[in-house]
Design a protein around this ligand. Structure first.
Ligand SMILES: Cc1cc2nc3c(=O)[nH]c(=O)nc-3n(C[C@H](O)[C@H](O)[C@H](O)COP(=O)(O)O)c2cc1C
Length: 333
C-alpha cells in the first residue's frame, strides 16, 4: 500500500512536503518545470530584494507606481541580481502558466520601506503565497534587542497589510527568545514561519586583503538548528512551519517531519545534485514511512515533538548536558 505524502502548508494542499527553496534554480522557468516533474510540491521563486527596488527606482523612468522616481544611491547588488522588477514579476507570471504546483514569491529586505509595496505586485502577478525574508544584522551598539524585534514586527505588519495571499516569514535563529518572537509574529496574522535563513558570513581573502562575500552551500550538520526549534515551536504554534537549512536527503526530511515540520525546503542539495534529486528523496521517504508503518505525513508529523505542558526549559538543559556527555573521545567524528 502506498503512503500518503500530502501536507498542508500556508493553507495550500501540497502533494508532498518537499518544496524548492528560493535559489538560482527558481530563476529559470525550465528548471521550475523540471523540479515539478521530479515531484517538488511547490517552488519559492528567488527573492526580489529591497536593494533591487532601489535600483529600479534609479534606472526606470517610465514607472509611476508604486515607486517614486527619486534616485538617492547606487545599488549594492551584483549585476546578475539586478533583474528589474518587471522581469521579476514576469517570471512569476510565466512560472504560474508553466507549472501546476504553487508558486511562492519572495520579498527580501531589512527595514521598513518602499520595497514592501511590491508584495501587492507579486500577488497581482499570480503568486499563490509570499515568503517574506527579513535579513537584518544589527551593528549599531545603541540598538537594543527590543528595537531589533520591533523592526521585524513593523516590516511584517506592513507587508501583511499589502496582500490577501498567505504570508510566510523567513527569519534567522538569533533572537534572545525565539518562541516569544515567533508568537509575536504569529499575532501579526502571518500563515507560516520558515526556519531558518542561513546566516551568511563573509570571509577574508588573505591575498587580496579584502573581505570576500563567498557563498558556500550548506552541509547536513546545519539541519540541527531548524530541527531543534521546530520541535520546540510545534506545540506552541498552529501556523505552518517550514524547515530550511541543511536538508539534503530523505532521512533529513523524515527527521524534520517527526519534529513537527509541515514542509521542508531544499536549495543546496538541489543545486549540487540537480532537480532529479527530488524524486530520489521522495521515493526514499515513502520507503521509510512504509517500513515504519506511517500511513501518511499527517500521522508522522510531530511524532517526536514534546507534548504540551512539558517543561521545555528543563528538557533543553537536559538535552544540552546529554549531548555534551555523549562525546566519545575514543571515536571522534
Ligand atoms: C545560491 C543561493 C541563492 C539563494 N538565494 C536566496 C534568495 O534569493 N532568497 C532567499 O530567501 N533565500 C535564498 N537562498 C537561501 C535558500 O533559500 C535556503 O534558505 C538556504 O540555502 C538554506 O537551505 P539549504 O541548506 O537547502 O541550502 C539562497 C541560497 C543559495 C545557496
Amino acid at each position: 500500500m502506498g503512503v500518503d505524502l500530502t501536507t498542508e502548508y500556508l493553507g495550500l494542499t501540497l502533494s508532498n512536503p518537499l518544496i524548492v527553496a528560493a535559489c538560482p534554480l527558481t530563476r529559470e522557468i525550465s528548471q521550475i518545470e523540471r523540479l515539478e516533474q521530479a515531484g517538488a510540491s511547490a517552488a519559492v521563486i528567488f527573492s526580489l530584494f529591497a536593494e533591487q527596488v532601489e535600483n529600479d527606482r534609479l534606472h526606470q523612468t517610465d514607472r509611476a507606481e508604486p515607486a517614486s522616481r527619486n534616485s538617492p544611491s547606487e545599488s549594492p547588488l551584483p549585476q546578475k541580481y539586478v533583474v528589474g522588477i518587471d522581469e521579476y514579476l514576469k517570471n512569476i507570471e510565466l512560472a504560474k502558466k508553466a507549472v501546476k504546483i504553487p508558486v511562492i514569491g519572495s520579498l527580501n529586505g531589512s527595514d521598513v520601506g518602499e520595497w514592501m509595496q511590491y508584495a501587492r505586485l507579486i500577488e497581482q502577478a499570480g503568486a499563490d503565497a509570499l515568503e517574506l525574508n527579513v535579513y537584518f544584522v544589527p551593528t549599531d551598539p545603541t540598538m537594543t534587542g527590543s528595537q531589533v524585534e520591533e523592526r521585524y514586527i513593523d516590516i511584517v505588519a506592513a507587508v501583511r497589510a499589502q496582500v490577501k495571499i498567505p504570508v510566510a516569514v523567513k527569519l534567522g535563529p538569533f533572537f534572545s527568545s525565539l518562541p516569544n518572537m515567533a508568537a509575536r509574529l504569529n499575532a501579526e496574522a502571518i500563515n507560516g514561519l520558515v526556519l531558518f535563513n542561513r546566516f551568511l558570513q563573509p570571509d577574508v581573502d588573505i591575498n587580496t586583503l579584502e573581505v570576500s562575500p563567498r557563498l558556500t552551500l550548506s552541509t547536513r550538520d546545519e539541519l540541527r538548528l531548524p530541527l531543534r526549534w521546530i520541535a520546540i515551536l510545534r506545540s506552541q504554534l498552529s501556523l505552518s512551519l517550514a524547515a530550511s537549512s541543511g536538508v539534503h536527503c530523505a532521512e533529513d526530511v523524515a527527521k524534520l517531519i517527526l519534529a513537527g515540520a509541515d514542509v521542508v525546503s531544499m536549495a543546496s542539495a538541489l543545486l549540487r545534485n540537480g532537480p532529479g534529486h527530488v524524486t530520489v528523496v521522495l521515493d526514499e521517504l515513502a520507503d521509510y514511512m512504509a517500513d515504519e508503518n506511517f500511513e501518511s505525513v499527517t500521522d508522522m508529523r510531530g511524532f517526536v515533538q514534546r507534548r504540551p505542558g512539558t517543561d521545555t526549559t528543563a528538557l533543553e538543559r537536559a538535552n544540552y548536558i546529554k549531548t555534551i556527555i555523549s562525546y566519545d573521545d575514543e571515536a571522534p567524528v
